[in-house]
Ligand binder design. Structure first.
Ligand code: ADP
Length: 529
């Protein structure tokens, strides 16, 4: 019998000291652990780094039987089991990477009562043989990690998770604890209903990460901007750089290496061995930069990640929160930096249009994108907006970019009308569709080959927008897209009017725009204030 699973010595605080070597619980842990030890169901919303694992590991050790942990992170199971084994905890896992022999060994250990924790990939629970196996052992609890994966409304839905609703029916007496580091109120409610956890106790921690400085910058030359950031603020620091595509991961990693910054690529197109090796180096060595797609990071526990940079716009605020949350788990000051431009909106819109799934699914993706755009374009404190998205209240942080260099809000109704009427002339009067480049050339009165070819120099709107420069017009397009006053479609990012555009054109709606900080500073000094 393992000393740690002996109920006589198994009280939670003692396990915390003896097994894990920690002095005290972190905020929230003790209440959750006591509740589950006593046999209650729990739904835990706790940010990354908050210490979720102990919330099911300790009850699994204190209660009689084996704690069954459902996790989608197959690649990390070996590491998790190794780490527990090193602490003297008897742990094993069952997933598709094992050969039949290894699987049989774990199964018999489970049946003999020689395990404290058993990690399972969710698809295992779809097989009858696994269910029958579980029937024959004693289960102390079910832990459902990354529980947001059960929510279709969320950003990381995994169909295999739907099978988890059956746990309660099959083993009604076994307590369940579901955990996630990201959930809006809608996702939270969906997790509760899909997993039958409405009557469970819900433990919701604050999602505030005060040591993370949030910054969202206009994107010009993203790799150069990144390099500048790393050289000026993060030399020698470990960090993660997220890119949308595998190609851009490869190029960015190579670019950093050429410029003397130790960087490694990580994406699903690399073979499993390279991925595992790069991940292991990132965890072990100091000062490495991991350039990755979002395939990287869930479950990665590296305390001293000093920055998370996004070179492309995340698809949702939940994704952004979870990815940036990998910075500064040690509580020291860290930076979340995102570069964002018009092209991101065009690209994401295109991905939504061509995504698989029904209209409801596409609408969901669009809602996620809209919330992300609103966060990018806000003139308020980023942290306030971020927490509000998760239904939590905060006061201005004084640390994010909008707090430090407040952008000005300005009345952009007239420029919006100019831009929208240009789109109107082309779309409604000439049945033509063009992207931002052509529209801006018309507004600026540029006689390019393409302008003269289509006779756009004879439009009444030709040259009516010279009060702004090209970059500023691109900012206006971006913000009108973010506000739903303009839409974009197709491979070439064609701009189209929306129902709301008519309100602006009909002078029934005022349009407030955000002036980028450097332009705001210039405007302030020009106006003498
Ligand atoms: P999460 O799953 O919420 O992201 P983890 O469970 O991985 O967080 O915990 C994050 C880190 O905090 C780990 O290194 C863990 O060992 C450490 N930790 C958790 N609880 C405590 C505690 N009570 N005291 C000290 N360290 C803790």
């Amino acid at each position: 019998v393992s000393p740690v699973s002996d109920p006589e010595v198994g009280d939670a605080s003692r396990v915390l000291h003896r097994v894990f070597g920690y002095d005290s619980f972190r905020e929230g842990q003790q209440e959750i652990i006591d509740h589950v030890v006593a046999g209650g169901d729990a739904l835990v919303l706790m940010p990354t780094g908050g210490g979720k694992s102990l919330c099911y590991q300790i009850p699994a050790l204190v209660r009689e039987g084996v704690g069954v942990v459902v996790s989608p992170l197959i690649a990390l199971m070996q590491d998790q089991v190794d780490a527990l084994t090193a602490l003297g905890v008897r742990a094993g896992f069952l997933n598709s990477t094992q050969d039949p022999d290894e699987r049989r060994q774990v199964e018999s250990a489970f049946l003999e009562g020689e395990l404290d924790l058993l990690y399972l990939a969710p698809e295992r629970l779809r097989t009858d043989s696994t269910l029958r196996l579980l029937d024959r052992g004693t289960i102390s609890l079910f832990a459902i990690d990354e529980a947001h994966c059960v929510a279709q409304w969320g950003h990381d839905f995994r169909p295999d998770y739907l099978a988890l609703s059956a746990l309660h029916e099959r083993w009604p007496a076994v307590p369940r604890i579901a955990l996630t580091a990201t959930a809006t109120e809608a996702t939270h409610a969906e997790i509760a209903s899909r997993l039958n956890l409405e009557k469970a106790h819900h433990f919701v921690s604050s999602f505030d990460r005060p040591n993370i400085q949030y910054r969202i910058a206009p994107k010009n030359e993203p790799r150069r901007q990144l390099l500048k950031l790393l050289r000026s603020e993060h030399s020698g620091d470990a960090g993660i750089v997220y890119c949308l595509s595998r190609g851009s991961v490869e190029k960015t990693a190579a670019f950093l290496v050429e410029n003397g910054i130790p960087a490694l690529p990580y994406h699903a197109g690399l073979d499993a061995r390279t991925r595992a090796a790069n991940q292991a180096r990132f965890l072990r060595e100091d000062g490495l930069v991991m350039v990755a797609t979002i395939a990287f990071g869930m479950g990665i526990d590296k305390p001293d990640v000093r920055f998370v940079a996004h070179l492309d716009l995340p698809k949702s605020v939940e994704g952004y929160y979870q990815e940036t949350g990998r910075a500064g788990r040690d509580g020291l000051p860290s930076v979340a930096w995102l570069a964002y431009g018009l092209q991101d909106v065009v690209q994401q819109r295109k991905m939504i249009d061509t995504s698989e799934g029904d209209d409801a699914h596409r609408r969901r993706l669009q809602t996620h994108l809209d919330a992300m755009l609103a966060l990018c374009e806000t003139v308020e404190c980023r942290r306030v907006r971020l927490l509000a998205y998760f239904g939590q209240h905060a006061t201005a942080c004084g640390n994010c970019d909008t707090c430090l260099t407040p952008p000005q809000a300005w009345d952009g109704t007239v420029v919006a009308q100019k831009l929208l009427s240009t789109v109107f002339r082309l779309q409604r009067e000439r049945r033509q569709k063009f992207g931002a480049g052509q529209i801006i050339d018309i507004l600026l009165g540029r006689e390019t080959a393409k302008v003269t070819q289509f006779g756009h120099d004879s439009l009444t709107v030709f040259g009516i927008g010279t009060e702004l420069g090209e970059a500023e017009w691109r900012g206006v397009v971006r913000q009108l897209l973010a506000q739903g006053l303009l839409a974009v479609e197709g491979d070439y990012g064609t701009l189209l009017l929306t129902d709301a555009s008519a309100e602006v054109l009909g002078r029934r709606r005022q349009v407030m725009l955000r002036r980028e900080p450097e332009r705001a500073a210039r405007a302030r000094s020009e106006s003498g204030s």
